[in-house]
Design a protein around this ligand. Structure first.
Ligand SMILES: Nc1ncnc2c1ncn2[C@@H]1O[C@H](COP(=O)(O)OP(=O)(O)OP(=O)(O)O)[C@@H](O)[C@H]1O
Ligand SMILES: [Mg+2]
Length: 475
């Protein structure tokens, strides 16, 4: 304790001394003063964001706090900079062991032992049933982790190395996401929240996080509330997630960037991680900005289920970018998915997508709004909104769209055969609705199956609440 105090005193004299900060971080870590340790390591990172020892320091704190995914992200990040960092391999070995992946734990342990001839970690060795000496005898040495751009043709043997030494500096190409819109851009989507039925909670949350802060900056400052952050929206297909994301463009008075997956996975534009980085850079440089990722599941998969290391790297990069969005950057990230369970749990850590909102099938009021929207400009005789609302309980917005399209098709067919224009009748609409099984049904069944396979999580509980609500019919 006294040595810790001595370092603390010294730091008071030179608060930005990196060696002192690291020393203090390690000493605090040993005493399990996790908050102080983390603060010290993060202070170093604020001075030098690429400092691998500080990065590993934070990773160890996270791991000790039980955040294995967070620790893995940091350690893997260090390996991107220094593939032969023995400490990072050792930490990853512990992470994988905690996730019951022994094979990976041994792989990283061996790698650490082979890189550092003096390494020993009796506790870990006991748990793995393998000593560092055993590991060093194993040959050939397992390869270093696959580089991020391994699937791309490399011009020469050194290009990967260059990439690591200077990650993401100066993109070698002129690049701008397709759907980057400044306010007033004529191509910006014109849909607004008024066009989207229901979702009041989500709409208000988006207003709170980005619209009001721009309208009332002083108030936000006075209350110490942050702008931006991350919201994840999830729910069955066809219930308006994509639609509400577009409506955000019509609603928010700031820059809007919607990311198409093809932009990230474009084989012509360097590595996927770099593309993702560039997207976040664009958002940061244009703050305040809303950054939208539709169909997030393909980008943010659970790393435990991903075999290709390229995709794992992409997920790591994504987590890293989210972590890099500090409160003063005023970027709101909104992601949407209909498979929330396939996302890596690390995305739910505070500061990333810390808010998850369930977009349920439209309720009666929302369905009335959707019916009115769908009926607009169509030749419908004696429209009865209430009857249609009742006939479409459990339907997604897309199901309702299908009912109108199908009824129009049948009316059209009759018109062609009789040579007379016939309106779409209410009877026809109700018949079509009756014959249709809502597509959300199989989604809810999938949720039940999922809940039986794994421990129910926050996502599942929200869905269950909806299913058990008195207004919800047995689905
Ligand atoms: N709440 C709603 N208000 C108005 N229209 C809606 C609503 N929900 C769905 N729709 C209609 O259904 C169509 C499909 O919805 P959308 O593509 O937004 O679904 P999604 O939730 O993104 O589905 P997926 O999970 O398959 O991507 C929309 O284009 C819209 O016409
Ligand atoms: Mg969608």
């Amino acid at each position: 304790m006294s040595s810790l105090q001595a370092i603390r005193d010294a730091l008071e004299q030179s608060p930005d001394n990196i060696s002192l900060l690291l020393l203090f971080g390690r000493a605090s870590m040993e005493l399990l003063h996790l908050d102080e340790a983390r603060e010290a390591f993060e202070h170093v990172l604020a001075i030098d964001p690429d400092h691998t020892d500080a990065q590993l320091g934070v990773a160890r704190v996270l791991f000790t706090e039980g955040d294995a995914s967070g620790a893995a992200v940091r350690a893997e990040r260090v390996l991107i900079q220094e593939p032969d960092n023995a400490s990072a391999h050792l930490l990853l070995s512990r992470v994988f062991l905690s996730e019951n992946d022994r094979a990976k734990a041994i792989e990283h342990f061996d790698r650490a032992a082979q890189i550092d001839g003096t390494m020993s970690d009796p506790a870990l060795e006991r748990e793995l049933g393998r000593t560092a000496r055993d590991a060093r005898r194993t040959s050939p040495a397992p390869a270093a982790p696959e580089p991020a751009s391994s699937n791309e043709p490399l011009e020469d043997g050194d290009s990967t190395q260059d990439f690591y030494e200077d990650p993401f500096e100066e993109p070698p190409y002129e690049w701008r996401p397709e759907t980057f819109f400044t306010p007033g851009d004529p191509n910006r989507f014109e849909t607004t929240f008024a066009d989207v039925g229901g979702m009041d909670e989500l709409k208000e949350e988006i207003r709170l996080k980005i619209i009001y802060p721009l309208q009332y900056p002083d108030l936000y400052k006075a209350y110490g509330r942050r702008t931006g952050g991350g919201i994840l929206i999830y729910g069955p297909p066809g219930c308006g997630k994509t639609m509400v994301l577009r409506a955000v463009a019509g609603e928010v008075p700031c820059n809007y960037l919607s990311v198409g997956l093809h932009e990230i996975f474009d084989p012509y534009f360097g590595s996927t991680e770099r593309n993702l980085h560039q997207i976040f850079e664009t958002a940061r440089a244009n703050a305040p900005c809303v950054l939208v990722f539709d169909d997030l599941d393909s980008l943010a998969q659970d790393r435990r289920n991903v075999r290709e290391s390229q995709l794992r790297n992409l997920v790591n990069q994504f987590l890293h970018e989210l972590d890099g969005l500090h409160e003063n950057q005023r970027v709101l990230v909104i992601g949407a998915t209909n498979q929330p369970w396939s996302l890596d749990p690390a995305f739910r850590r505070p500061g990333r997508f810390d808010q998850a909102i369930f977009v349920q099938p439209p309720d009666a009021a929302a369905r009335a709004q959707i019916v009115t929207l769908l009926a607009k400009d169509k030749p419908i005789s004696n429209l009865n909104v209430d009857a249609l609302v009742e006939a479409t309980d459990g339907f997604s917005g897309a199901d309702m769209g299908w009912v109108f399209d199908r009824a129009a098709e049948l009316a059209l067919s009759a018109a062609i055969h009789t040579g007379q224009a016939v309106p779409i009748t209410m009877e026809l609409l109700l018949d079509v609705a009756k014959s249709h099984t809502p597509s959300t049904q199989s989604w809810f069944e999938g949720v039940r199956d999922h809940a039986q396979q794994v421990a129910p999580d926050g996502f599942f509980n929200e869905v269950k609440k909806f299913l058990n609500a008195p207004s919800s019919k047995e689905r």
